[in-house]
Design a protein around this ligand. Structure first.
Ligand code: SF4
Length: 371
């Protein structure tokens, strides 16, 4: 989006929050609320795009990730989830360390540089299962980056195995855990969280767990599930809470707003959500994320799997600078009706089509190759 200063100034008049964003000031909670209902979406997007350009330039990155779900058996039963099984269904599964190691080998052949491993809260798997999994991967594929287990899974494991969060993280790090994905955050505010998750840690427990991981030198991503029953204040609350952790730890690598996928979820079956969010709302959330997190976090990732490729391209002009991910295999969104495979060249072309420079990155945003 190219826009002159004069046109922009005209567009943003009457918005103190946008003026502050252009001046490079930190936005407050009230600013966030203002922007969530600011009527000129185009101006909001233009300012988010301007701030993105200042922070990270014109490049759009992506990682070659292999998504691996080690089990769909889960002790929780979240209303927003289409993935979990209770264990006795014909399609319930749990992969062995050997299965996982073999799949990672295939991922390496496909060009993946990181493996993204998440699963359900399996009630019977000991901590050794995860240690064995990471050791098996590292033994055969030492160069593969292991990005595994959300803060929610770590918290569950801590309760299940009666070890502290710190002990669980320390043992898993020693076994080969390199970083953590950002899932399980959903929305922190209890008013919403209690209606979309059942049996998962609280928002504060997620935040405390991730902060402990950062303090142990394990960096992570952060996510936010939007587009279901939330109101603007819940989005802003979530972003500010993440920003506070980031100020203390600098441990978040990127923020990934995740659009809620309706199909096959309890929220759909109970008719609590009847439609997925409109694209205008999705773009607003991405733009507000860029503006509220600016100064603390450079990277806002666009999850094209949930948005679709066309809207993902537009989202990259509303504050996004990274595409996640090259999902060679991804079961969770597939369970909720989204197709997920893409290749490295396809992603590079998506970026080049909108006139931006495409670059493959590693997990820590070091550039591996430009296109
Ligand atoms: S979202 Fe995660 S914790 Fe919740 S039911 Fe699904 S797999 Fe289990």
């Amino acid at each position: 989006m190219k826009i002159t200063k004069a046109v922009l100034e005209n567009l943003i008049k009457e918005s103190k929050a946008l003026e502050k964003a252009i001046a490079g000031e930190e936005l407050t909670y009230d600013d966030g609320i203002e922007l969530m209902s600011y009527d000129n979406l185009y101006a909001l997007g233009a300012v988010a795009d301007l701030v993105r350009t200042r922070q990270v330039g014109n490049r759009v990155t992506f990682a070659a990730s292999y998504y691996l779900n080690y089990t769909n058996v889960c002790a929780a039963s979240c209303q927003m989830c289409a993935f979990y099984r209770k264990g006795n269904e014909s399609d319930a599964y749990t992969l062995s360390a050997k299965d996982i190691e073999a799949r990672v080998g295939k991922a390496k052949e496909m060009g993946a540089t990181e493996v993204h491993i998440v699963g359900g809260f399996h009630p019977d798997l000991p901590l050794e299962y995860y240690e064995d999994m990471f050791r098996a991967i590292k033994q055969s594929h030492p160069e593969m980056h292991v990005k595994a287990l959300t803060a929610a899974e770590i918290f569950f494991l801590s309760k299940l195995t009666k070890n502290s969060v710190k002990e669980v993280l320390t043992r898993l790090k020693a076994a080969g855990l390199d970083s953590m994905p950002g899932g399980g955050a959903e929305l922190f505010h209890p008013e919403i969280r209690n209606k979309i998750v059942r049996g998962k840690c609280s928002g504060q427990e997620w935040l405390d767990t991730i902060e402990q991981a950062h303090n142990l030198g394990i960096k992570s991503n952060a996510t936010m599930l939007f587009g279901h029953i939330e109101k603007p204040e819940h989005i802003v609350d979530h972003l500010i809470k993440l920003r506070e952790v980031q100020k203390r730890t600098k441990g978040f690598l990127t923020f990934i707003p995740l659009k809620f996928s309706l199909e096959n979820t309890e929220l759909e079956q109970e008719k609590l959500v009847t439609n997925e969010s409109p694209s205008t709302y999705d773009l607003r959330v991405i733009a507000v994320s860029r503006l509220l997190l600016a100064r603390q976090l450079d990277n806002i990732s666009v999850y094209w799997v949930a948005l679709g490729k066309k809207l993902a391209q537009v989202a990259l002009t509303y504050g996004g600078n990274d595409l996640v991910g090259t999902a060679f295999s991804e079961e969770i969104y597939k369970a909720a009706g989204k197709g997920t495979n893409s290749s490295i060249l396809e992603l590079a072309n998506m970026i080049k089509e909108i006139g931006r420079e495409a670059a493959q990155r590693d997990t820590f945003f070091n550039i591996i190759k430009t296109f």
